[in-house]
Design a binder for this molecule. Structure first.
Ligand code: NAI
Ligand code: MG
Length: 487
C-alpha cells in the first residue's frame, strides 16, 4: 500500500475514503436573498469564498451594503406586518417542519458544501452539524402553536424584525439556532452569515423558497464585518442576535446603546475541563480529545483549559499523547479525517501567533507528528504544559486545536482556576463521584457544564454564557424568551 497523508506512523495506514462532491452543483455566483428572491448587491460588488483545504475559489457571493440592508429590513417588516405575525402558530409551525424535512432531504449536499466552504471534517458536518440543524427546526416547529405553554399565565406576542449575525465555525447550525426560534415565535429575519462560510446559508435560502416560506420572512445579506455593522446600525430592527468574537460583541452592544433594540450575545469562551483522579481515565482522554480537537478547536465552548488532578497528570498526559498521535489531519472530505482545515488564512495566522506566544511565555509545546497537506491551512493537534494561570494562552481564546494543561490538588483549587477567566460559557468535569459533579457544576460560573462527557448539544437544552461570554440563551424554552413579548 502506498503511504498517504493519512498514514499513521506504521504501514497500517488508511486508504483514502473521499466523499464525492459530484451529486450536486453549486452556482458560480450567488446573490442576496431579499423578499423571496436572489438579487445582486446594489453596488454590484462581490466577495470570493474559498475552500481552506486547497485555497481554491468555490463561488462568488454578493457583498451587501447599507442599501441592501435597508431593502432587506423593509422586506422583513412588510412580511412581519402583512403575513407572519398574523398567521397562526400552527401554520407557522408547518413551514418550520417543511424546512426541517428539506434539510434532511438535502443533508448530503449540505454536509459536503459545509466541509468544502469551512474546512470541517465531513464526518462532523454529516453527523453533527446538519442533523442538529434539522433537529433545531423540528423542535421549534413544535413550539409554533404552544407558546402559551412555554410562558404560562402570560400573553405571548412576537417582537418584530430580528437582525442576526453568525460566525463561521458552525455555519448552517448557527443559521438554525438563530432562525428557528425567531420564526417559531412569529418574528421575521435578516441574517448575515460569516464571510468565509456563506454557502450553506445561501442553500438555506433556496430551501426557504422550496418550502414556500412567504417572501420576506427570511432574508439573507452576505458580506463581511462592514455588512454586519450596516445591519446592526439599521434603525428598523427590533432585535439583534449575535454570535462571534467578544470584541465585536462589545462593539455591537455600544452601537445599540440607547436605541431600545433588544440584544443577545453569544461570544467567546475558555472552558475549564476538569479531570479528577477518580475519573475513568481512558474515557476522560476521549472527552479531552472531543473537547478541544472537535471542529479544529473552532468551538466557543471548547474545553481549551485542561485541569488535571496532580496525582494522575502523568497518566493522562501519556495517554493523551498516544491518542493524539492517531488523529488524522487532512482532506475534510475524507471520511477518515479527524481534523480538517483551519477555516481561514486569518484564523490560521492567529493560531500560529498563539503557538509562538505560548513558547515565548515559557510553556512547553507538544504537537503530533502527523503529516499535513502542502496546500491549505493546517495545524497539528497541539497542547502546552508548564503553563501559568497568567499566560495569554490560558487567558485568551485561541479558537484552534491548542490545549493548555494545568494541574490542581484540591477541588477548591480546581474551581478557583476554572473561574479565573473573563469568560463563562462552558465547562466539563470527569469523576466517579456524583457529589463532586454537583460541587463543580455549582461552583463554575458557566452556562453549560458537561459531566463525564463533553460538547453534547441538543435543541431542547439552553446554551449561552455569563461574563464576557455574553448573555441570552439559545435552545430550549429559554431560547424562545429573546423572541417574544410577554404581557
Ligand atoms: P468576528 O466576531 O469578527 O466574526 C463573527 C461575525 O461577525 C461574522 O459574520 C463577521 O462578518 C461579523 N462582524 C465582524 N465585525 C462586525 C461588526 N463590526 N459589526 C457586525 N458584525 C461584524 O470573528 P472573527 O474575526 O472571524 O474571529 C476572531 C476570533 O473571534 C476567533 O479567533 C475566536 O476567538 C472568536 N470567535 C468566536 C466565535 C464564537 O462562536 N464564540 C465565533 C467566531 C469567532
Ligand atoms: Mg470558505
Amino acid at each position: 500500500m502506498t503511504k498517504t497523508s493519512t498514514t499513521i506512523g506504521s504501514d497500517w495506514g488508511y486508504a483514502p475514503a473521499p466523499e464525492s462532491a459530484d451529486h450536486f452543483k453549486l452556482k458560480d455566483q450567488y446573490g442576496l436573498f431579499i423578499g423571496g428572491k436572489f438579487v445582486p448587491a446594489a453596488s454590484g460588488k462581490r466577495l470570493k469564498t474559498i475552500n481552506p483545504a486547497n485555497e481554491k475559489v468555490i463561488a462568488e457571493v454578493a457583498d451587501g451594503g447599507e442599501k441592501d440592508v435597508a431593502k432587506a429590513v423593509q422586506a422583513a417588516r412588510t412580511a412581519y406586518d402583512k403575513v407572519w405575525r398574523k398567521m397562526s402558530g400552527r401554520e407557522r409551525g408547518k413551514y418550520l417542519y417543511r424546512i426541517a424535512r428539506i434539510i434532511q432531504e438535502r443533508a448530503r449536499e449540505l454536509a459536503v458544501v459545509e466541509s468544502m466552504d469551512g474546512g470541517k471534517p465531513i464526518r462532523e458536518s454529516r453527523d453533527v452539524d446538519i442533523p442538529l440543524a434539522a433537529a433545531h427546526f423540528f423542535y421549534h416547529a413544535g413550539w409554533g402553536d404552544k407558546l402559551r405553554y412555554a410562558f404560562p399565565g402570560k400573553s405571548v406576542s412576537p417582537i418584530g424584525v430580528a437582525g442576526q449575525i453568525i460566525p463561521w465555525n458552525f455555519p448552517l447550525l448557527m443559521v438554525a439556532w438563530k432562525v428557528a426560534p425567531a420564526l417559531a415565535c412569529g418574528n421575521t429575519v435578516v441574517l448575515k452569515p460569516a464571510e468565509t462560510t456563506p454557502l450553506t446559508a445561501l442553500l438555506f435560502s433556496e430551501i426557504c423558497q422550496e418550502a414556500g416560506l412567504p417572501e420576506g420572512v427570511f432574508n439573507l445579506i452576505t458580506g463581511a464585518g462592514s455588512t454586519g455593522a450596516a445591519l446592526v446600525n439599521h434603525p428598523g430592527l427590533d432585535k439583534v442576535a449575535f454570535t462571534g468574537s467578544t470584541e465585536v460583541g462589545k462593539a455591537i452592544q455600544k452601537s445599540l446603546a440607547g436605541r431600545g433594540t433588544r440584544l443577545t450575545l453569544e461570544l467567546g469562551g475558555k472552558a475549564a475541563h476538569i479531570i479528577f483522579e477518580d475519573a475513568t481515565i481512558d474515557q476522560a482522554v476521549e472527552g479531552i480529545i472531543n473537547g478541544i480537537y472537535f471542529n479544529q478547536g473552532h468551538v466557543c465552548c471548547a474545553g481549551s483549559r485542561l485541569l488535571v488532578q496532580e496525582s494522575v497528570e502523568e497518566e493522562v498526559v501519556t495517554k493523551l499523547k498516544a491518542r493524539m498521535e492517531s488523529l488524522i489531519v487532512g482532506d475534510p472530505l475524507d471520511k477518515n479525517t479527524d481534523i480538517g482545515a483551519i477555516n481561514s488564512k486569518a484564523q490560521w495566522d492567529r493560531i500560529r501567533d498563539y503557538l509562538k506566544i505560548g513558547e515565548e511565555e515559557g510553556a512547553e509545546l507538544f504537537q503530533t507528528k502527523c503529516s499535513v497537506p502542502e496546500k491549505g491551512y493546517w495545524i497539528r493537534p497541539s497542547f502546552f504544559t508548564r503553563v501559568a494561570q497568567s499566560h495569554r494562552i490560558v487567558q485568551e481564546e485561541i479558537f484552534g486545536p491548542v490545549l493548555a494543561i494545568q494541574t490542581f490538588r484540591t477541588l477548591n483549587e480546581a474551581l478557583e482556576k476554572a473561574n479565573n477567566t473573563p469568560y463563562g460559557l462552558s465547562g466539563g468535569v470527569w469523576t466517579d463521584k456524583g457529589a463532586k459533579i454537583f460541587k463543580v457544576t455549582r461552583g463554575i460560573r458557566a452556562g453549560v457544564i458537561w459531566a463525564n462527557t463533553f460538547n453534547k448539544f441538543d435543541p431542547t437544552s439552553p446554551f449561552g454564557g455569563y461574563k464576557e461570554s455574553g448573555y441570552g440563551r439559545e435552545g430550549g424554552r429559554h431560547g424562545l424568551r429573546p423572541y417574544v413579548e410577554l404581557s
